[in-house]
Design a binder for this molecule. Structure first.
Ligand code: HPA
Length: 281
């Protein structure tokens, strides 16, 4: 599967038009649900869903734990679109394909994107089942040259050299902190590092990541946030901590562990996200 390298604005708009013909919702908020977190979509009221394989050009998840559909509906009375499952670079998709859904959400009128992922904890005080508010990101894949913005810039959507000094929206982070305090949810904060995967990290990889300031590590989110910010979409992000990263090589990491932790994390994320949406209303 050679990944498609670039999408033109008219291709992106074709996808958006195809989706518009299938739902009457005009979403203001988009949500991307990571591994094991798909159950959050069940909170959507009056849902209308579209399977990914019925949307032209849309990348289809191949990973266990990703349902693979768009759910439109209401959360706290606000129109939302939820991606129940995402695709990753390691599945064989290009960075442009991985991030096409964010482009399409922008064309559908989405102003705020909530990104979620499953992540390994690098900080020793984080435990499986915890939630981390993402305050910044480390783009390991991008530093090696793989940017979703590589190629002709779509000037209608954003600038050639987008600023990333405030990738995660300060006001939305404050809202998340307030909701966490009110709801009695422990909310860690930290930097999320994105690696390509799919192999988990070696202990040496993890000690390197710790040394450069990463608090949690995963295989997604960062490309999506770059595309969101290129188009001036506001972003808030949460990592669901699924496992302790194995800095000394004493334990192993499995995908099942990642999916299981999701069960504990989903109710917390639901409280946080609904609280933020109430704050926006
Ligand atoms: N490493 C990378 N990605 C992950 C991990 C991890 O430990 N846990 C969940 N996603």
């Amino acid at each position: 599967m050679p990944g498609k390298e670039y999408f033109t604005l008219s291709e992106i708009d074709q996808v958006a038009d195809a989706i518009r013909s299938r739902t009457h919702y005009q979403p203001r908020i988009g949500m991307i649900l990571g591994s094991g977190l798909g159950d959050l979509a069940n909170a959507v009221e009056k849902p209308e869903s579209i399977p990914y394989d019925e949307i032209p050009m849309w990348p289809v998840s191949t990973v266990h734990g990703h349902v693979g559909r768009l759910v439109f509906g209401l959360l706290e009375n606000q129109p939302v679109v939820v991606m129940q499952g995402r695709v990753h670079y390691y599945e064989g998709y290009s960075m442009q394909e991985v991030t096409l859904p964010v482009r399409v959400m922008q064309r559908l009128g989405v102003e705020i994107i909530v990104v979620t992922n499953a992540a390994g904890a690098i900080r020793p005080e984080f435990a499986p089942g915890d939630v981390m508010l993402i305050t910044d990101q480390l783009n390991m894949v991008g530093m090696a040259g793989l940017s979703p913005l590589r190629g002709p810039n779509l000037d209608d959507l954003g600038p050639r050299f987008p600023d990333m000094s405030q990738a995660y929206d300060r006001q939305l982070m404050d809202a998340a902190r307030n909701v966490a305090v009110q709801a009695g949810i422990q909310l860690h904060e930290g930097v999320y590092a994105c690696l390509a995967g799919p192999s988990f990290e070696t202990p040496a990889d993890l000690r390197f990541l710790r040394a450069i300031g990463a608090d949690a590590v995963g295989m997604s989110t960062v490309p999506e946030v770059i595309i969101a910010r290129h188009g001036n979409t506001r972003v808030i992000g949460f990592s669901g901590i699924s496992n302790k990263a194995n800095l000394d090589g004493s334990t192993i990491t499995t995908h099942d562990e990642v999916l299981q932790a999701g069960q504990v994390i989903v109710p917390k994320l639901k409280t946080l996200i609904l609280g933020i949406l109430r704050d926006l209303a």
